[in-house]
Design a protein around this ligand. Sequence first.
Ligand code: NAG
Ligand code: NAG
Length: 320
Amino acid sequence: MAAGKAFCAGFVGSCMGISVLFGLIFAPIAFNMAFHRLDSTDMAVTWDPFTRQLRDVRGAGLYVVAFQKFVKYPSTLPTISTDVSCVTKDGLMMDMLATFQYQIIKSDLIQITKEYRDFDKYHKLMNTAAERAIHYACSQFNIGQFQSQRMDVQYATKDKMQHLIHDMLHADIMDVQLKNVQPPDDWKTAVASKQQAQQDILLASNERDQSIAKVNGDLKLAQQSAEIMLEEARTNATVILQDAISQAAGIGAMYQQQAEIAANITKTNGLSINGYIAYLQNRLMEQQNSLDVAMDTPQADVVSQCLRLSSAEAILRYIC
Ligand SMILES: *[C@@H]1O[C@H](CO)[C@@H](O)[C@H](O)[C@H]1NC(C)=O
Ligand SMILES: *[C@@H]1O[C@H](CO)[C@@H](O)[C@H](O)[C@H]1NC(C)=O
């Protein structure tokens, strides 16, 4: 009896021991299957392994659900950083580090899980798609624009990514940064020498402007003094012309007077032209020095007398 009791006690003890052992082994498994915890940075799609159905989308929280699997995704913005070598619009190879953040569209999570199974595969595809978008955006810009218009290039890259990824991967691109943009060394050298050349051109252009300003100043001075000289010459010419006019007028008046005298003589003496010439000859013979028909200084020689005579003749012809 005592032995039986002892056996029974032993049996109960071992029963309990076994139960505790079972409990220790299976309780966590059962617990694990029943309780699912999603952090504030998580979201998940529930999957029923028996029906092989994706059921619903859950946000952060503690869930008691038996026999269901949770396929987790980040509810925050996953970041991808990738080194890219791409060819620019002007055909140069360029290296840079592209970093971007994306947001998975929660309402599309069941579709995403159907198409890509889990986050790891999805994230890898996201990476590949993003690289394609970066290559495309890269080919839209010249290498210089990566330096001078980095923001524009970033926006274009983001747009292209969004376009490519939104429908295919059910996500929105939140931000794109292009860093460590490394143009090829040849290009850097070319840019340096181009900048030097530009500076040289600027310098030369400044010098040219200065020269032009100086020349313009000189030209103005020259023009001014030329104008002064021209004005002086005009005045001189006017003076000379006036002189000539008054001289000519004087000569005319003198001939007029001589002619009148001759006319008076012929008239009062009733002389013909030949008669008047004979008269003059006589007068010449009488007083060689007093006849002043041709208004020059009186001369005694015959040549000058002949000249005077022909002058007188001219005067007479003028009158008649
Ligand atoms: C004007 O006449 C003056 C005096 O005759 C002379 O000295 C000057 O050179 C002349 N000017 C010009 C521009 O011919
Ligand atoms: C010519 O004669 C007229 C009168 O017959 C006289 O009035 C005039 O002054 C004379 N002219 C000269 C230049 O001697």
